[in-house]
Design a protein around this ligand. Sequence first.
Ligand code: GUN
Length: 292
Amino acid sequence: MTTPRILDGKSVAAAVLDECRAETAGLKQLGITPGLAVVLVGEDPASKVYVASKARTCAELGFHSLKIELSADTSQEELLQVVRDLNADPAIHGILVQSPPPKHIDEEAVIRAIDPRKDVDGFHPENVAKLVLEDPTGFVPCTPAGCMKLLEVSGIDTSGAEAVVIGRSMIVGKPMALLLVSRKSNATVTIAHSRSKDLAAICRRADILIAAVGRPEMVRADWVKPGAVVIDVGINRVGDATKKSGYRLTGDVAYQEVAPRCAAITPVPGGVGPMTIAMLMKNTLQAARQLA
Ligand code: GUN
């Protein structure tokens, strides 16, 4: 039992945002105001919180920001037209359609409709290909990019390390694995998922364990190798009658029992969450630079 290092995403994100603020000022002197459009379809309460937070951060940095809130019954064609209009808008450098959309929306088609040069989420097939190719002109999905930045700033050496990513989503798991195995990071990577046999044994091999499944406190103490670095991507709402909101946020990792075994761990909230938004701002600046 040790006291782990708490990887403070809030303070690292604040430092990234300071860099972004300085770069924004420089771009504005050249007559370029970075612009981000965030589109939300429907009423998902968690998505509303994320979208509001993204818009607030844009305002803090001096970005032009557009928040487009569409009703849950918006048609596929209406949404595609919104995306086309944003593609054509020279004041907008980054476009993000908040996921998940309502069930009747074909999310894949919406992502493909976004101009890849404005796809600051990095979800368009062209940017997925650039991630595989390690082409730095592509956009790296914000959450995995934030995890990598947190590891890097914290001085955690990934080279030669055994990394296990739990979760195979296009938003986190797959891009996370690609970043860890890249020539920059040089980790040995396993992608585990809900059908993996003996998930606990796979996780116990990890020097670096990334949990991105969306199941509250799934990763238990005996899943974690002593001295591992644990990155918890989960942001789950669980009912809690003692809270005014009626819920509390918890990660995919059973923090209280796992933390004492780790060398380092991210808290929830205040770990990966703030990093995601900071990397979105960085991606929007990259788009503004590359479109200029
Ligand atoms: N929903 C959860 N995370 C994300 C993200 O990074 N981008 C978008 N567009 N939707 C999300």
